[in-house]
Write a protein that binds this ligand. Structure first.
Ligand code: F0G
Length: 426
């Protein structure tokens, strides 16, 4: 193979399919990995190439995904469907560090992507693959962020988006985006897992390109979170990466990318990885603890983004966790919302699922798994504005089953100077 060639290889039986082909699964049913020719890539580009591109004036080079294109999806003479994704800030937050018990804490805020979540990194790659394959329509099942991202990238790339979402269990910011970007939006009576089951069949029947993270190119794009994080750190590998887990595409992707860099000799060690699940949506946690194959659960959590009971990418996820000496932790909805109150009050802010990262880190420091002196990079996956109901509900104390010990409730005051001054001086 050359630096521009790659294969799709089955995770279960290792059968290989050459290049960019229209399939998400092997004939045996297993999911597929993109396998690049790492030797050829290492011979053609270097860390310095990527660092140089970061400062380039070319918008493709500046994208926090396409800067690493040889390791993502070589697009040849074509052009990617891009919104200049990535380039998210790596916060150094003493306030959030103190809440978790860490001496120092770095937070890569993927909510600063164009549509407000990390999904844009995978979506730019998936939408580019769709266009290279000549697809007119793209579809996904989603708890909200994937649909928001896909709707935007489909519109930018001139394709029709069709989204399947669980009715009533999607945050309003995300639903607004899908509608606003012009996606045909089908609200299904079932949950995400039911929507996921049906969308693959619909795509196969109707020749629509499936852009869930079962699509191997989505995973390739999401690897760039890890690449850019390393670039932010001057290619110094942190001790730990901590992130939430739902459908388990993201942790699979970040691990895959780091393993590739390690194989190429561009990093001298691998970080450890901690995947955090909500207690009510914890099939990976259980599988990891018991060492048994993943058993689907009926999911329920206030963090609707990760309200997933039958994650598609669990085998890839386990493989990454093994390679990175990973752990899986679970946190309650109360722990998620209290952690969120701290992330928000630190001036950074993120949606509930993202704050599972912080709640989980706090637990892992408390139980001695993570050393407070180590270098930890937490990933915040989605923007604060995605789920305004969760924010206002917490601060007004109206969320069912959730206490609000860190509430910052709004105060009603009459339109009268004395009353306002009395309130401010109280
Ligand atoms: N955080 C946020 C904000 C998410 O939207 C998701 C997934 C995750 C974490 C979990 O990532 O699935 O790769 O393990 N949201 C998907 C969606 C499922 O449809 O938007 P994962």
């Amino acid at each position: 193979m050359s630096a521009n060639a790659f294969e799709l290889v089955c995770v279960d039986c290792a059968r290989a399919y050459p290049g960019l082909v229209l399939r998400y699964r092997c004939d045996c049913g297993g999911t597929l990995d993109v396998v690049h020719d790492l030797d050829a890539i290492a011979a053609s580009v270097s860390r310095e190439t990527f660092d140089h591109r970061r400062g380039s004036a070319d918008p493709i080079d500046r994208s926090g995904v396409w800067r690493f294109r040889e390791l993502i999806l070589p697009f040849g003479e074509g052009s990617p469907v891009t919104r200049g994704e990535g380039n998210t800030h790596l916060y150094d937050s003493p306030r959030v560090a103190a809440f978790t018990g860490m001496k120092r804490l770095l937070l890569k805020h993927e909510g600063e992507n164009p549509t407000g979540s990390f999904k844009d990194r995978g979506m730019t790659a998936g939408a580019t693959a769709a266009r290279l394959l000549g697809m007119q329509r793209v579809a996904c099942a989603s708890t909200g962020n994937t649909s928001a991202s896909m709707a935007s990238y489909a519109a930018v790339g001139g394709m029709q988006a069709i989204v399947f979402i669980p009715e009533g269990n999607i945050a309003y910011g995300k639903l607004s985006q899908a509608l606003a970007y012009g996606a045909r939006t089908l609200q299904l009576a079932g949950d995400f897992d039911a929507a996921m089951r049906v969308v693959e069949q619909v795509c196969n029947e109707e020749n629509i390109y499936l852009l869930n993270s079962i699509n191997p190119f989505r995973i390739e794009g999401q690897k760039a979170i890890g690449f850019e994080m390393l670039q932010d750190l001057g290619w110094k590998v942190p001790d730990w990466i901590v992130l939430p887990g739902g459908n388990l595409g993201n942790n699979s992707a970040i691990a895959k990318g780091l393993i590739e860099l390690h194989q190429m000799g561009w990093i001298d060690a691998l970080p450890r990885m901690a995947v955090i699940q909500a207690t009510g949506a914890n099939p990976l946690y259980t599988a990891f603890k018991t060492g048994k194959p993943l058993e689907p659960v009926t999911a329920e959590t206030i963090a609707t983004a990760i309200r997933i009971g039958n994650p598609v990418s669990w085998k890839k996820s386990m493989r990454g966790l093994q390679a990175l000496d990973g752990v899986v932790e679970q946190v309650s909805d109360q722990e998620i919302m209290d952690a969120k109150a701290h992330v928000d009050a630190a001036g950074i802010g993120a949606e509930p699922a993202s704050c599972a990262t912080i709640a989980g880190l706090r637990k892992l420091v408390e139980n001695g798994t993570i050393d407070p002196d180590s270098t930890v990079c937490g990933i915040l996956t989605g923007n604060l504005l995605k789920d305004p109901d969760a924010v206002v509900g917490y601060h007004k104390g109206t969320l069912s089953g959730i206490d609000s010990p860190h509430a910052n409730a709004p105060v009603s005051v009459s339109d009268d100077l004395d009353a306002i001054l009395a309130e401010l001086r109280r």
